[in-house]
Design a protein around this ligand. Sequence first.
Ligand SMILES: Cc1cc2nc3c(=O)[nH]c(=O)nc-3n(C[C@H](O)[C@H](O)[C@H](O)COP(=O)(O)OP(=O)(O)OC[C@H]3O[C@@H](n4cnc5c(N)ncnc54)[C@H](O)[C@@H]3O)c2cc1C
Length: 486
Amino acid sequence: MMTGKEYVESIKKMRPNIYKFGKLIEDVTTNPHTSEHVKSVARSYDYSHNPDYASIYTCKSALTGKVAHRWTTLMDSMESVRGNSDLKRHQYRQSGTCQGATCAGWTGLNALWSATYAMDKDLGTNYNARLKKFMIDEVEGKSMALSGAITDAKGNRALRPSQQPNKMSNLHLVEKRSNGIVVSGYKVQICGIAAAHMVICVPGSGYGESEKDFCVAFAVPRDAEGLTIVECRTGMDRRYEEEGWDVPKNGTITQAWLFFDKVFIPDEHVFMCGEFKYTGKIIGDFAAIYRAAIGACVAGQGDVMIGAAISMARANGLSQKTFQATLNEMAINNELTYTMGIGATALGKQDPSGLWVPSPLQAHANKVLVGRVPYDTKVKCIDIAGGISETDCFPSYADIQHPSYGKKILEGLTAGCDGESRGKMSRLVTWLCNGSGIPGCMHGGGSPDGAKLVVRAFTKWEDFAKDAQRIMGVPEGAIKEPETKK
Ligand SMILES: Cc1cc2nc3c(=O)[nH]c(=O)nc-3n(C[C@H](O)[C@H](O)[C@H](O)COP(=O)(O)OP(=O)(O)OC[C@H]3O[C@@H](n4cnc5c(N)ncnc54)[C@H](O)[C@@H]3O)c2cc1C
C-alpha cells in the first residue's frame, strides 16, 4: 500500500493533459485548482497506514488475501459493501465533500466484475480473467486511485447514441486492432480526474444491438495520448480556489470533461467491446452499489453541516441549545439516508461472480431520498447560520487585506468570537450549502427519475392491493384495475 507522499509523487509524474481557464495545468499536485483534491486523496492513503483509521480505509483483498486500500478491492460481501459506505461518510467528514478518485472508478470495476463473469460464462470470452489480472497487478498491486466515467455528453436526450447528429456525443468504438481498440467521444462531469491514475470507462446506459459501437468498457491512464481533459466548476467554487484563510483547506472536489480523440486501449485493459446485452448488468450493479453508498456521502456532508451550524451559532453569540430542535432534524436526515443505504446492502445478495449486490429497490429508493433530504439539511444549516452564509455577502480575501478598510471588515465580522473565525465558519456553510455540496445530491450517481423507475419495477403493487382487500374481507376479483381505453 502506498503512503500519501508516495501517491502524490506518482501523480506528479503523470503527463500534463488537464486544462482549466484555458491554461494547461503543469502539475496537478501544486496547482490551486486541483491540489486540494490530490491532498484529500493523499489523506486516504495515509489513513490506510494509521491504526486508528485502517479498519475504514483498508480491508483484506478478496483476490489476493493481502491487506489493501479498500478502494482497490472487490466488494465480495455485505461487510465489504458496507465498508464502502463507512469509508465515504468518513471521507466526507474530513473535507466536507466528495473524494472522486477513490469512488466511482472502484464501483465501476466491481460492476465490471459481475458483468465480465456473466459474459465469460455465456459467450466464452476471457474478460473476467483479464479484469482479475488488472485488479491484482495494477489496481491493488500499484495502489491506484481511479475515476469512473459513465456519463456521456449524450447530445439530444430524446435520441439514442446511434441517432445523434454527432457521434462524439457518446464514447464509442472507432476501430478494432489485433492488439486493442481505438475509441473516441466525450465523457462529462467526471469526478476526481486530477487525482486519479486511471479512469474506468463504462457505457452510459443499457443499450440494444443498434448501439453496439457504444458498448465499450475499459481502463485508461488519465494521461493517455489522445485524451484531453478540461476541469470544470468555474462558478461558485472559483473563489474557493483562492489562497486566503477564508477558503476550505482540507481537500475539495474536482470535476471534468474528458475528450477522447482516437485513444488506443490495449487488449489487457478492454473489458467489453460490443456485448450490448450485458450493458444493463453493468449499469444495474453499478447503480445498486453506488446508490446504497451515496446515502453515506450525503450523511457525512450533513455531519459537517451540523458541525458548521453549531459553530456558526456560537460564532454569532448564540448557544447550541437555541437551535437544538433544528439540529436534531438535521441529524435525523443524515441517519435516514445512511441507514437506508446500509439496509439496501444488508438486503442484497451475492451475484454468481462473488460480487455483493445491494437490493435494487432500497438502493434506488435511497437515491430518490438523496435527491431530497440533504437539501432540507442545507436549508436548516443556512437557517441557523444567518444571511451572511446564505448570500456569501462577504468581502473577498483581497478586500480583507486592504490597508484602509480591511480592518473594518474584520470588525464587522466580529460577534460571539473573533471576526476571522466567524468568517471561516460562514464560508464553510456557504460552500457546503451553495457551493460544492449542492450538486452531489440531485444528479450525482444518476438522476432520481431513473431510480424511481426501478422502485416502480420492484415494488409489489398487486400484492399490496390484495393484502389490503384481504384484511377487509373483500372477495377476490371484486375490485379490479379498470381496463385501459384503446
Ligand atoms: C456532483 C456530481 C458528481 C458526478 N460525478 C460523476 C462521475 O464521477 N462520473 C460520471 O460518470 N458521472 C458523474 N456525474 C454525472 C451524473 O451521473 C449525471 O449528472 C446524471 O447521470 C444525469 O445525467 P445528465 O447530467 O446528463 O442529466 P440528464 O440526463 O440531461 O437529465 C436531466 C433530466 O432529464 C431527465 N431525462 C433525461 N433523459 C430523458 C429522457 N430521454 N426522457 C425523459 N427524461 C429524461 C432526467 O431524468 C433528469 O430529470 C456526476 C454528477 C454530479 C452532479
